[in-house]
Design a protein around this ligand. Structure first.
Ligand code: CO
Length: 151
């Protein structure tokens, strides 16, 4: 049996969101629980991505709702390459009722660990790469409202 709970989303301007998340060192059952709760929270809030810091947990963990791979859990992600920058409108569960145009890569090669401590690489395209860029920014205390551009 799997138990999941919906967690509260921390909202801007809470300074908690500005902290740098720490790498996961031990892949314990607690990490699986965090991932399950994050997925539940993302689905219930109709999000397309979520970072652990948004639910009050300062680990480098995010979930990307991708077109190509479904819900992609990324732990300790590292961007290996990014290209094809384009402007697009985005929002964030932590910035309700705000949207704006941000320049993001539409192609990204990403390295990360899955929940079983296996190192993976993935090539993300289009919106999948945009979501990855947005969520990895969260792990570094950066919000999309910091990157707004006109036009
Ligand atoms: Co966000």
């Amino acid at each position: 049996m799997i138990f999941m709970s919906t967690l509260n989303i921390i909202k801007e301007p809470d300074p908690f969101l500005r902290q740098i998340s720490k790498p996961v060192k031990e892949f314990t059952p607690r990490i699986h629980e965090i991932l399950d709760d994050m997925a539940d929270t993302m689905e219930r809030k109709n999000g397309i991505g979520i970072a652990a810091v948004q639910v009050g947990i300062l680990y480098r963990i995010a979930i990307l709702k991708t077109h190509e791979f479904g819900n992609l859990e990324i732990i300790n992600p590292e961007i290996l390459e990014e290209s094809q920058y384009k402007m697009g409108v985005e929002g964030c569960l932590s910035c309700p009722n705000k949207t704006g145009k941000v320049k993001r890569p539409h192609k990204m090669k990403l390295s990360f660990f899955n929940r079983n401590k296996e190192r993976q690489t993935a090539e993300l395209k289009g919106l999948d790469a945009v979501i990855a860029s947005h969520e990895i920014d969260h792990l570094n205390g950066i919000l999309f409202i910091d990157k707004l551009e006109n036009g």
